[in-house]
Write a protein that binds this ligand. Structure first.
Ligand code: NAP
Length: 304
């Protein structure tokens, strides 16, 4: 017999942890399974300035507080990667990559997204030594050096501000002449003297010498001109894809996001979803928390 929970939450980011707070306060037995770092993407974010009631907080600090809060009312948090979900009707079986199995009456999928990798030859080889997807984790290695950021979304711009406080110079390369990020952060980036912005350009080739990244070649999308940017580090923030590979494809859209109803239920009875992994317009900590609370409330109703 596998251990039985009322609810298994897959993912301990803001959506999953908020669902854990609401579900355990409703007296449900809750297991939260997280494959990476508790707090999810939040723990890799430099600063949060748009979470209502908290004017400014480091992403890691908010992630730590949420992780503690998520367990405060009895939810159990474990590390593990979910491999499969088997629908037995009344119950579901969640199997981890470690082959450990748990049963539950309902599931909330809150797995978030994973960063899109830089698609250049040898980029994989240099991930962690010249290419980084986490400015907060690796920024220190580039103290007083030049770094290049690829992308113009909120992640790219917010992390460029963090890197500008450490690095000698930050160059942001975007493929259009417009940013995707919020106006406020765009203004801050434009005002920062350590940040240069290069528009209408795409990464073309890594420049490597003595097995080290020493730059990146970029190509102007209009003229085809190639420019070499000398840098010690490259931070690609070119968007993200949902972590939903383990789910039944019938509940996913063509990009892999979970299709949910307004109550966060999916087309499979007993499976709910919340946060960045669902199909929606606005991916923010506050909207993830909102989804998590609604999903937990819906699970409570479903179980009754
Ligand atoms: P994003 O908003 O999708 O932005 C991706 C950026 O990368 C865009 O500038 C995009 O250019 C560019 N890009 C995409 N593919 C590329 C390629 N192959 N080569 C070069 N450039 C490429 O991704 P994100 O910044 O990771 O954000 C993900 C979600 O989280 C968003 O909904 C975002 O609002 C949210 N988020 C919010 C906050 C916050 O509010 N504090 C912080 C972080 C993230 P185009 O614009 O030309 O497509």
């Amino acid at each position: 017999m596998n251990e039985l929970f009322d609810l298994i939450i897959v993912g301990a980011g803001p959506a999953g942890l908020t669902a854990a707070i609401y579900a355990s306060r409703a007296n449900l037995s809750v297991l939260v399974v997280e494959s990476g770092v508790n707090g999810g993407k939040l723990s890799k974010t430099y600063e949060i300035e748009n979470y209502p009631g908290i004017k400014k907080i480091s992403g890691l600090e908010l992630a730590n507080q949420l992780t503690e809060h998520g367990q405060q009312f009895g939810a159990k948090l474990i590390t593990g990667e979910v491999k499969t979900i088997t629908d037995n009707g009344e119950t579901k079986t969640v199997e981890l990559v470690s082959q450990k199995k748990y049963d539950c009456k309902a599931i909330i999928v809150a797995t978030g997204t994973k960063e899109r990798p830089l698609d250049l030859p040898r980029a994989n080889e240099f991930t962690g030594r010249g290419i980084s997807y986490c400015a907060v984790c690796d920024g220190f290695f580039y103290r007083n050096k030049n770094v290049v950021i690829i992308g113009g979304g909120n992640s790219a711009l917010e992390e460029s501000l963090f890197l500008a406080s450490i690095a000698n110079k930050v160059t942001i390369v975007i493929r259009r002449d417009e940013f995707r990020a919020d106006a406020k952060v765009v203004d801050k980036v434009k005002e920062n003297e350590k940040i240069e912005i290069i528009t209408k350009s795409l990464p073309e080739e890594l420049v490597i010498e003595d097995d080290k990244i020493i730059g990146i070649k970029i190509k102007n999308v209009d003229t085809g001109d190639i420019t070499t940017l000398e840098c010690a580090g490259i931070f690609p923030y070119i968007g993200a894809d949902p972590c939903t590979d383990f789910l039944d494809k019938t509940i996913l859209d063509e990009r892999g996001y979970v299709i949910t109803n307004p109550d966060m239920s999916t087309a499979i009875k007993g499976i709910f979803a919340a946060g960045d992994c669902i199909q929606k317009d606005l991916r923010q900590v506050v909207t993830a928390c909102n989804d998590g609370a609604i999903a937990a409330n819906s699970v409570n109703k479903y179980l009754k």
